[in-house]
Design a protein around this ligand. Structure first.
Ligand code: BJW
Ligand code: ZN
Length: 246
């Protein structure tokens, strides 16, 4: 079924001059990657402060690595869903200019998206806790990976609570937001800063926000259109509407 809000969203997308998207864990939910918050989210069974902070890593690096190894295994096995592929098609077709993702699962790149800013890092990337070494894993970590340069511990190269986002990536994010007249907000609870405020930059410069989510979020009141439902189902329907509009 095609709803009125889907039609409104398709019209705004087809009229956009420069469109960016902010994605979150909801985009990968239909690939069976757990989200963070909500009834079946990771934070139901795991304490964020025990796992996703620099303090947690300093206290118990083995536990933190076990959690990341488990997630790496899940992601290595999972399949793309139509939300990832539609977003990648929109970039290839010139509908979407740039993608800003909070996801660390790498699934947007696997789907073929190239203009991607991964603001919370990459689950497969590592960095040394004491020297400048940066590396990549090609399969789930075994135990605590060790730095080949200085023998100290490697950590996942992701952004934990209390850590700043990479300043070069933030500069690129703000360049993209300044260029955009439409921002899609796809499958994020919009609770984690600073990412949750990125769409408001577009809104405050006169642009539009289109939100796609199964639930309302703090960004819903600022959104020009909120399309309710699973993004793996909604985005392909909107794609069909775009074909009819063009
Ligand atoms: C579907 C769907 C389907 C499901 N279809 N939809 C007080 C006020 C303001 C800020 C702060 C504060 N106290 C602390 C802060 C700062 C903090 C913060 O924002 N905290 C808030 C939680 C309160 N932020 C930070 O610390 C950031 N750094 C920073 O601010 O630096 C400056 C600073 C330094 C020192 C002190 C203070 C400030 C860093 C944030 C890093 C976040 N890291 C994580 C982990 C990454 C690594 C890893 O994955 O292991 O990033 S946390 C986690 O949340 C992950 C995600 O990227 C991020 C966002 O989650 P997301 O993607 O929105 O997922 P969910 O699960 O929340 O939502 C899923 C959504 O999908 C839901 O809405 C569903 O409905 C929907 N959905 N299925 C459509 N099929
Ligand atoms: Zn090192």
């Amino acid at each position: 079924m095609v709803s009125e809000t889907m039609k409104e969203a398709a019209k705004i997308i087809s009229d956009a001059e420069y469109m960016v998207a902010l994605t979150g864990a909801g985009v990968s939910r239909e690939s069976n990657v757990p989200t963070f918050r909500g009834a079946d989210g990771l934070w139901r069974n795991y304490d964020a402060m025990e796992l996703a902070t620099p303090h947690a890593f300093a206290r118990n690096p083995k536990l933190v690595w076990e959690w990341y190894t488990w997630r790496q295994g899940l992601i290595a096995e999972c399949e793309l869903n139509p939300a990832h592929t539609t977003i990648a098609d929109w970039e290839a077709n010139g509908v979407l200019n740039h993608l800003i993702t909070q996801n660390v699962d790498g699934l947007h790149r696997r789907a073929g998206s190239e203009n991607v800013l991964e603001v919370h890092g990459d689950l497969w990337a590592t960095k040394c806790i004491s020297c400048d070494y940066q590396g990549r894993l090609d399969s789930p970590a075994e135990g605590i990976p060790i730095c080949p340069e200085c023998n100290n511990m490697l950590r996942p190269d992701v952004v934990w609570f209390g850590e700043s986002l990479d300043s070069r990536i933030m500069t690129r994010v703000h360049e993209e937001l300044a260029s955009a007249d439409v921002c899609l907000v796809i499958g994020t609870s919009a609770l984690v800063q600073p990412a949750a405020s990125f769409p408001l930059v577009v809104k405050h410069s006169g642009g539009k926000i289109l939100e796609f989510n199964v639930e309302r979020t703090p960004l819903t009141p600022a959104s020009d259109v909120h399309v309710s439902g699973k993004v793996g189902e909604i985005l392909p329907k909107i794609d069909k509407l775009l074909t009819n509009l063009s």
